[in-house]
Design a binder for this molecule. Structure first.
Ligand code: C5P
Length: 220
């Protein structure tokens, strides 16, 4: 399979979700939101009351859970076992659950092929933490997106507020820093830029500005 892949990795709130979706639309490529897969498995495990120490049960859950994506034009809706769980998956609770199961090597291994299956012509934009390092190491285009922690907390605050989720900016900043630390320090597939990734700091940049910077990478 040699369909081109653009990987966009980075910490939560760096803007990579929004940017990846827009860039995929502009290129007419497929889009993989790998974080949504981890969030969906975290949610399915909670539904099934699976203990986070029971790695065998978590791996079975990873293989058994049906995860579907539907872009309704405005946003990417996520179906977990055929139930639309988009709003529930967006919460910081779901993010923390995702980050906890994402630290388990067997769960990551169980999701590997599922992620690679998204690579189909005419191309794929893959958004996550280890897209450029582990899942698509041979991708011809790699971006590592960052933004200051304050800006990331503010974006997330606005995003959740718009959705009517009640949160505090302070609490969000603390949760974001804790999740970053866990993602960067875990033994398997820690959050780090691929050696051949182009870094884009989105602090202070508008969404269209970042989209153009990323598209310029693919046009090169
Ligand atoms: O990107 P998002 O915030 O939806 O990801 C949720 C969590 O899933 C991250 O904090 C990270 O722990 C995990 N994740 C991962 N590898 C990916 C994507 C997400 O470990 N490729």
């Amino acid at each position: 399979n040699d369909a081109p892949v653009l990987t966009i990795d980075g910490p939560s709130g760096s803007g990579k979700g929004t940017i990846s979706r827009l860039v995929a639309q502009r290129l007419g490529w497929h889009y993989l939101d790998s974080g949504a897969l981890y969030r969906a498995i975290g949610l399915a495990a909670a539904w099934a009351d699976i203990d986070l120490d029971d790695h065998g049960a978590l791996v079975r859950c990873t293989f058994d859970t049906r995860i579907g994506f539907r872009d309704d034009g405005d946003e990417l809706r996520v179906l977990v076992n055929d139930v639309d769980a988009t709003d529930e998956l967006r919460t910081e609770t779901a993010g923390a659950a995702a980050s906890a199961i994402a630290a388990i090597p067997e769960v990551r291994a169980a999701l590997k092929d599922r992620q690679r299956d998204f690579r189909r012509p005419p191309g794929l934009v893959a958004d996550g933490r280890d897209m450029g390092t582990v899942i698509f190491p041979d991708a011809p285009f790699k971006v590592f997106m960052t933004a200051s922690a304050d800006e990331r907390a503010q974006r997330r605050y606005k995003q959740l507020n718009d959705k009517g989720v009640s949160v505090t900016l302070d609490g969000l900043l603390r949760e974001i820093l804790a999740r970053d630390a866990r993602d960067a320090q875990r033994a398997v597939a820690p959050l780090r830029p691929a050696e051949d990734a182009v870094r884009i700091d989105t602090t202070g940049l508008s969404i269209p500005e970042v989209v153009e910077q990323v598209l310029a990478q693919v046009a090169r």
